[in-house]
Design a protein around this ligand. Structure first.
Ligand code: DNO
Length: 347
C-alpha cells in the first residue's frame, strides 16, 4: 500500500513538513480549491500543488476530489459542457502525474453529521450522527466545514426541490452517462476513478443516493466494466450502514482490482437506530474489525493508495473537524502497523 494524507492546499494549517514526518508517508491527497465546481483547473494551479508537495519530499498522485457539477447529476442539457470540463481536468491532473481521482455522486450533500463535537468518554471529541438530532436538522441552514462546496439557502431549496423529483434510476442513469464519457479519457491517460460512497449510506432529506452498498457498486461496475471505473473503499462511510459487510466488500472488490483508494477509519454504532460516532482507528474502539478488513484487502491483492480518514479532536488541537493532524497521524501509525503485521504473517 501507499500511505497518503489529505492536505487542503496552501490554506491548510498543517505544514507539509509535518505530514512528511509521519512514518512511511508517501504523498498528499489534495485538490484545486479556488475554482468553482464544474470549471477547468489550470495546469499551472495543479503543477503548483505538485511542486509544493515534491519540494517537501511528498508525491501528489491522488486528487480528492474533482467535484461533479450538480447539472451532471441532475442530467440537465448543460451537463455536456461540464463533462467536457471534467475530462479536461482529468487530462490536466494526469499531466502532473496523478493516477487516481476520488469523487462522489451524492446530490447536494457530501458527508453529513449532526455534530462536529460529540464528546467521547476519553475526553476527545469527534464527528457524530444522531438519529434523534437528524430529525431536527434544517437542510436550508447547514454549515458543515470541509465540504467541497456550500450553497446559499435559496440555492439549497431549489436544488432539494429538483432532486425530490429525480428517482434513483434517473440518478443512476446520469452517473452512467457521466462515466461513459469520462472513463475512456481515464483509460487514455492512465487515471483511475474512485467513487466515494454515500456518507452516511442512505437517502437523506428525501433525495436519492445510489452508492450506498454492494448492490449499488455491482450495478455501477456492470454498467461500465472498465477497471478504471473503481471505488474509494471508505470503511467508515460504508460501515455506518449496518447491512454492509465491509470485510466481504473489501475482499470482493480488491479481487476485482477495483479498490483504487482506501479511506481507513472506524465508527461506533451508538443506538439501535442508525446513530454512530467517529472513534479512534483501532478495532477495539469501534464497530468495525479493521484487522479483518486489512487482511481481506491484502489477501486479495490490494496494493493501492490508503489514507487515514477523519480523526478525533485530541490534545486540544482544534482546526478543521475530522482533519486535524494528531489523530490522523495516530491513525497513519496504526495503519502502518496493521499492514506490516498482515503482510509479514503471509510470508
Ligand atoms: C469526507 C470525505 C469526503 C470525500 C468526498 C469525495 O471527509 O471523505 O468529503 O472527500 O466525498 O468526493
Amino acid at each position: 500500500m501507499k500511505l497518503t494524507f489529505r492536505w487542503y492546499g496552501e490554506k491548510d494549517s498543517i505544514p507539509l513538513q509535518f505530514i512528511r514526518e509521519i512514518p512511511n508517508m508517501s504523498g498528499v491527497v489534495t485538490a484545486v480549491y479556488d475554482v468553482p465546481v464544474g470549471e477547468k483547473w489550470s495546469l499551472e494551479s495543479v503543477q503548483r500543488l505538485k511542486d509544493l508537495a515534491n519540494s517537501a519530499g511528498l508525491e501528489m498522485e491522488v486528487i480528492e476530489s474533482i467535484p461533479v457539477h450538480e447539472d451532471i447529476k441532475i442530467g440537465r442539457p448543460t451537463r455536456d459542457r461540464y463533462i467536457e470540463n471534467y475530462c479536461e481536468n482529468v487530462r490536466t491532473v494526469a499531466k502532473c502525474g496523478v493516477k487516481c481521482v476520488c469523487y462522489n455522486f451524492m446530490p447536494v450533500f457530501d458527508w453529513l453529521r449532526t455534530t462536529m463535537h460529540h464528546p467521547n468518554p476519553d475526553g476527545s471529541d469527534s464527528l457524530a450522527y444522531s438519529y434523534e438530532d437528524f430529525l431536527k436538522v434544517d437542510p436550508n441552514n447547514l454549515h458543515l466545514p470541509g465540504w467541497d462546496e456550500s450553497y446559499s439557502a435559496d440555492e439549497m431549496q431549489s436544488l432539494l426541490a429538483t432532486y425530490r423529483n429525480i428517482s434513483h434510476e434517473q440518478l443512476f442513469d446520469n452517473l452512467v452517462y457521466f462515466l461513459e464519457r469520462v472513463i475512456p479519457v481515464c483509460e487514455e491517460v492512465g487515471v483511475n476513478m474512485a467513487i466515494h460512497p454515500d456518507d452516511p449510506p442512505w437517502d437523506i432529506f428525501g433525495i436519492p443516493r445510489i452508492i450506498s452498498n454492494e448492490a449499488d457498486l455491482d450495478r455501477m461496475f456492470a454498467a461500465v466494466p472498465s477497471t478504471h471505473n473503481g471505488l474509494t473503499l471508505c470503511t467508515g462511510s460504508f460501515g455506518a450502514g449496518r447491512g454492509n459487510n465491509i470485510v466481504h466488500m473489501a475482499a470482493k472488490y480488491a479481487a476485482q482490482g477495483r479498490i483504487h483508494f482506501l479511506h481507513m477509519r472506524n465508527v461506533l454504532w451508538t443506538d439501535d437506530k442508525d446513530s454512530f460516532c467517529e472513534v479512534g482507528h483501532c478495532s477495539k474502539d469501534g464497530s468495525l474489525n479493521m484487522a479483518e478488513i486489512c487482511k481481506a484487502l491484502i489477501d486479495n491483492g490490494f496494493n493501492g493508495y490508503v489514507r487515514p480518514d477523519h480523526g478525533r479532536n485530541i490534545w486540544n488541537e482544534g482546526g478543521k473537524p475530522g482533519y486535524g493532524l494528531y489523530d490522523r497521524a495516530l491513525g497513519a501509525a496504526y495503519i502502518n502497523g496493521l499492514f506490516e503485521a498482515t503482510e509479514f504473517s503471509k510470508k
